[in-house]
Design a protein around this ligand. Structure first.
Ligand code: DGL
Length: 276
């Protein structure tokens, strides 16, 4: 039901602590190929997930401000860790609609599970925050959950340890996934947006009985729905442009981005230093 026939050409703003938010961008590119995207990856301060709630809150506030200052029409916190600490006190300061990854991903998991047992992997901060457990409980109080913080996975992804045969990553994942297997979960939330880059290995280790919920896909679908229901989609159907900013130039960002998005990107240096 779009009442606005002219649409809205402003870009969608997306941020993450690093490369993980590209798991949202990848799906936005497919679902909304006409939309422009401004991406901020806080590569200079990654990882967020091993830091205190106060520090993550400050970083998230600065990231939100960075995007709000770039005239975007929607802000997506494409980071499970930042999404877990962004509350109404920050959201109400934003001049445009906002979504994080928690609600859309929890909703996709609640819809997918058959046996009511949902596993969650995320950063240490995301799991400690209880954000996914709360969101799942609100959707369906009967759901049973098990969560596992996986602090080694973000550095592995940021350093490009994502190839299917990587034995280091496989060993680490085997250890992290043991609780999920023992619990008998039929659905696993990849609660950190870095983790979809490891989805082929995780799927291989867990086998076909466990459905993986890609936080990137769930969040991109939700963002598309938000734009559609508010009539603020870009009228162009193709040709969306992307602008990338990163807070530190690293070799691995461009390489991992290419591997993941399937095309090269150019990233400019920028810092997010001012809170909302
Ligand atoms: N992609 C971020 C998330 O979804 C990674 C957080 C981190 O930097 O540790 O949680």
């Amino acid at each position: 039901m779009s009442g606005n026939k002219t649409g809205d050409c402003r870009p969608i703003g997306v941020f993450d602590s690093g490369v993980g938010g590209l798991s949202v961008v990848r799906w936005l590119e497919q679902l909304l190929p006409g939309e422009d995207i401004v991406y901020f990856g806080d590569v200079g301060r990654v990882p967020y997930g091993t830091r205190s709630r106060e520090v993550i809150h400050r970083y998230a506030s600065e990231d939100l401000r960075f995007l709000a200052d770039r005239e975007v029409k929607l802000i997506v916190a494409a980071c499970g860790t930042a999404s877990s600490v962004i509350g109404p006190e920050l959201i109400k300061k934003l001049p445009v609609p906002y979504t994080g990854v928690i609600q859309p991903t929890a909703a996709a998991a609640a819809a997918a599970t058959q046996n009511g047992r949902v596993g969650i992997i995320g950063t240490a901060a995301t799991i400690a925050s209880g954000s996914f457990v709360r969101a799942l409980g609100q959707l369906s109080p009967a759901l049973q959950t098990v969560g596992r913080g996986c602090p080694l996975l973000v550095p592995l992804v940021e350093n490009g340890y994502i190839d299917f045969e990587n034995q280091v990553t496989r060993l680490v994942l085997q250890d992290y996934l043991r609780d999920i297997v023992d619990f008998g979960a039929d659905t696993l939330i990849l609660g950190c947006t870095h983790f979809p880059l490891l989805a082929p290995i995780i799927a291989d280790l867990l086998g076909p009985g466990v459905t993986l919920i890609d936080s990137g896909l769930a969040t991109a679908r939700y963002a598309a729905k938000l734009l559609q229901t508010s009539g603020s989609q870009n009228p162009a159907k193709t040709g969306g442009r992307q602008q990338y900013y990163i807070s530190e130039h690293t070799e691995t960002f461009a390489a991992t981005a290419r591997l993941f998005l399937g095309h090269d990107i150019q990233a400019e240096f920028a810092l997010a230093e001012t809170p909302l």
